[in-house]
Design a protein around this ligand. Structure first.
Ligand SMILES: [Fe+2]
Length: 344
């Protein structure tokens, strides 16, 4: 099955030659359980997702190239939202604001928006993610220019949203990622990494295989041996995944971890072939957690190895694939029984 790209994204890809953006739109934003509007620098709509169409009762074609404020904000509140948008544009701010919205059928609703300025080469886009609040009584435009605490909350929300979207697209990959995160965090805690570094590692673990969404499913789920050419595509997933989050500037910190999760300690990994301590510590942790999860998880075509068998297999890769010191600490933890008790 080849990946389908919608008319809008295809057009967009053709115009801008930004293939990744196109696929990113398709695979992630389309499935997001939140209304997504992407506009150009002038606020003209380039892309909307399925949830947006359902919520507003517009098709993508209805709204493409229209001004997003004219389209979704009721007239009396347009000026106030325009003020917010101008501020975001001037300062390239990541911002949260609440605003009343109007559907195609003239029904008033209310959405809490996060606006993420996204830079691709010389172009700036604005990605608006709108979530409906639990209480619908508010009707004023309220802005929260993002402060530190808010930034952390928004950051987590976006990681959650991206992760949930990948869950819909590729549930197997997402379940794997969630378990990898647990193992990686345990090892990181044992190594006494700071809270901030553990937070980054968590996000990187959840999103580390995001790039697999762009790998052809025929290759991703092939049961037999992969040809060299097919494997080349698999090898692209760390770069593709990092490219997808590169657009979101506050996810920059997790890129070195994501991109290096298949680097090997002896330099035989991909994509860069770097070795030893040149590989970020978090990526070395992630690599151990990733393989341990993959070996011990049940697959449709085979049962997972027991933790003891997994350790045996991974020991052969000590110093080759894995950082020998880290892997020893990890094995020690598993043998200590905590992981066994909680996860097997
Ligand atoms: Fe991977």
């Amino acid at each position: 099955m080849t990946r389908k790209i919608s008319k809008v994204a295809r057009q967009y890809v053709a115009d801008k030659k930004i293939v990744l953006w196109g696929l990113f739109f398709e695979k992630l934003l389309r499935n997001l359980e939140a209304c997504v509007v992407v506009t150009d620098d002038r606020g003209k709509i380039i892309f909307t997702n399925k949830k947006f169409s359902d919520f507003f009762n517009y098709t993508e074609d209805d709204v493409r190239n229209t001004d997003w404020i004219d389209t979704v904000i009721p007239e009396p509140k347009q000026k106030a939202v325009d003020k917010v948008f101008t501020k975001i544009r001037q300062k390239r701010l990541l911002a949260r604001f609440d605003a009343p919205v109007m559907t195609a059928s003239g029904i008033n609703r209310f959405l809490c928006w996060t606006c993420i300025p996204v830079k691709e080469k010389d172009d700036i886009f604005y990605m608006f993610i709108g979530l409906e609040p639990k209480d619908h009584t508010r009707y004023d435009v309220r802005t929260y220019v993002v402060g530190t605490a808010d930034k952390v909350r928004t950051y987590k929300k976006i990681v959650d949203l991206l992760f949930n979207a990948s869950m819909v697209s590729e549930p197997d990959t997402a379940v794997h990622a969630a378990r990898v995160m647990l193992f990686a965090v345990m090892l990181a805690k044992r190594l006494k990494l700071s809270k901030a570094r553990i937070e980054k590692l968590k996000s990187a673990a959840l999103l580390h295989d995001l790039g697999k969404l762009l790998v052809d499913e025929k290759i991703l789920y092939k049961k037999g041996r992969l040809s060299e050419k097919e494997f080349d595509q698999i090898r692209m997933h760390p770069s593709w995944g990092s490219n997808a989050v590169r657009f979101v500037y506050f996810l920059q910190d997790i890129i070195p971890i994501m991109i290096c999760h298949h680097e090997n300690y002896d330099g035989s990994g991909y994509p860069k072939g770097i070795k030893g301590n040149a590989i970020p510590l978090e990526a070395r942790i992630l690599s151990i957690a990733d393989v341990f999860e993959a070996l011990t998880a049940d697959r449709p075509y085979r049962k997972g190895f027991s933790p003891e068998e997994a350790i045996k297999i991974m020991t052969m890769e000590k110093g080759i694939k894995f950082d020998p010191k880290l892997v020893d600490i990890f094995f020690h933890m598993i043998k200590g029984g905590r992981i066994l008790k909680e996860y097997f």
